[in-house]
Structure formats: structure tokens, C-alpha cells
Design a protein. Structure first.
Length: 270
């Protein structure tokens, strides 16, 4: 039975403190040798993921961005009858499948909450660098959001009102490691199911799915997978899931990523 690895980036595959990743490269090589696809599943934007998929040697793989708001496939993977019910576009030679809501609609809603929060799209580049710990170019890429608006809420009372108002408007709120993400009615779990369906059809088999994450915005993806790995954060494990096929790493990212994949690898390729 074939396997697929779905992985969050920040705090899961990448160090939460400095975004280091070198420790995962041997495991990525092992997965490639075993023909196990690795699907980047992140809150990061399209420009950010394009950099990381090249850096990690995953340029021929599908990926999801902005908490599952959009999926990108190499065009050769898509058959017209596999995906139905979602807008499909050609973006830089990739097939984009849209599950989310345009960010401009979310920004319009956020207009009444200007005081008491900072959103990553509208803040200055200097603020974005300070909030993310990224370089200027990386922070600029992080601000190029099509479907989600990450915010930092400075007042808990305003935060509660924001979540309630967003829910009333049909938006979903996903808590990540650094930001509260406002988005359309979609998540990483939904995107995992779409990608798995495409790959099952393409290869005419049923894939075992492994998902790795560390934050609340990973929960739907972890619950949708056959095997879940929760990577320990510096302050401990943020998530607790029910089920037998859940593994909690001892190490933090990036070493915890390799630890978790190594534990599940026999089930993925056995």
C-alpha cells in the first residue's frame, strides 16, 4: 500500500525559532527513494511555498497554501473528471483548485476591527518582519495573500468579538503558531482529502496518509489522516487527539519531524 506525507512547515518541519530545516533532508531523501510524496500543507502563501518546495526538493509535488484555501497540482496530475465543485485556474503553469474565499472579502469585514489588531496584509513591511522573524523579502512574500488574513489581536475582548463576528459572517478562524487566521469555510483536512482523491485516482490505489503538524490550524488535517504526528512545540504539545494512530514527538522541529516520520515510515511503505 502506498503512502503520502502531508506536512505543516512552521514549527513542524521548520524550526519555530529560526526556520532551520537541514535536519530533515536525510528523511526527505529516504521518502523520495521510497516514492512517498511529501505534500507541503501550510498557512504560507503561494510565493513562499514556491521557494520552499524548491529548497526542499519537492518541485514536482502538489501542495496546499493558506490553510488549505487553495491547492496546486502539476497539470499532468489532473483529469477533468477527478475534481468537481471547485474553481480551477492555471497559475504559473500549475493547476490551482480553490477551496477558500478571496482575501479582499475578509479585509472588508475586518474594517470595523481596525483598532486592537494588526493584520499581516495591511501592516508595514517593518511590522511584518517584526511579527514573523522573516527577512524583508520573505516577509513581503508572506504579505501576498490571496485567501486568508492573519491577525495579531492585542486585546482578548476584541479577539472574542472578532471570532464571533467572523463566525456569524461565515468565515472560519484558525489559530496558528503566531497568528489567528481568518479564511473561508475550508481547512487543511478538506484539502488533504482532495489531494488524496487525485493521487488515488492517478495511481489507481488507496494511499495511507500521514499528517504532521503542531498547531490548532493543523487539527483538521491530523484528524483526516490515517496516521497523525504532533510535533512538540517549545512549550510542549499544543494538541491532544483521540485515536490509536497518533504519535507525539519528543523533539521539536526540525528534529521532531524526522523522528515522527521515522516512527510511521514502516506503516507508510510496508
Amino acid at each position: 500500500m502506498a503512502g503520502i506525507v502531508f506536512t505543516d512547515l512552521d514549527g513542524t518541519l521548520l524550526s519555530h525559532e529560526d526556520y532551520s530545516y537541514e535536519a530533515v533532508l536525510p528523511m526527505l531523501t529516504q521518502l523520495a527513494s521510497a516514492n512517498v510524496p511529501v505534500i507541503l500543507s501550510t498557512s504560507k502563501t503561494f510565493p513562499e511555498v514556491m521557494v520552499w518546495r524548491k529548497r526542499l526538493g519537492l518541485s514536482d509535488m502538489p501542495f496546499m497554501v493558506e490553510n488549505g484555501s487553495a491547492i496546486y497540482f502539476p497539470a499532468s496530475m489532473i483529469k477533468s473528471d477527478v475534481i468537481a465543485g471547485y474553481p480551477i485556474n492555471n497559475v504559473h503553469g500549475l493547476c490551482q483548485v480553490v477551496l477558500g474565499t478571496p482575501a479582499v472579502e475578509i479585509l472588508k469585514f475586518l474594517g470595523e476591527f481596525d483598532a486592537g489588531l494588526v493584520n499581516l496584509i495591511s501592516c508595514s513591511l517593518d511590522q511584518a518582519v517584526a511579527l514573523t522573524g522573516l527577512t524583508e523579502q520573505e516577509a513581503a512574500d508572506a504579505q501576498q495573500r490571496d485567501f486568508t488574513v492573519p491577525v495579531v489581536v492585542e486585546d482578548d475582548t476584541i479577539g472574542a468579538k472578532l471570532v464571533q463576528a467572523a463566525t456569524d459572517q461565515g468565515f472560519w478562524c484558525q489559530q496558528g503558531g503566531r497568528f489567528l487566521h481568518l479564511q473561508g469555510a475550508c481547512d487543511k483536512g478538506m484539502a488533504l482529502n482532495v489531494i488524496t482523491t487525485v493521487l488515488n485516482t492517478l495511481h489507481d490505489c488507496r494511499h495511507v496518509t500521514l499528517a504532521l503538524g503542531d498547531s490548532y490550524n493543523d487539527q483538521a488535517m491530523l484528524e483526516a489522516a490515517d496516521i497523525a504526528v504532533i510535533v512538540r512545540s517549545p512549550e510542549g504539545h499544543r494538541l491532544k487527539l483521540d485515536g490509536d494512530n497518533v504519535y507525539y514527538t519528543r523533539e521539536t522541529a526540525p528534529d521532531g519531524w524526522s523522528e515522527g516520520v521515522g516512527t510511521a515510515l514502516a506503516q507508510l511503505i510496508g
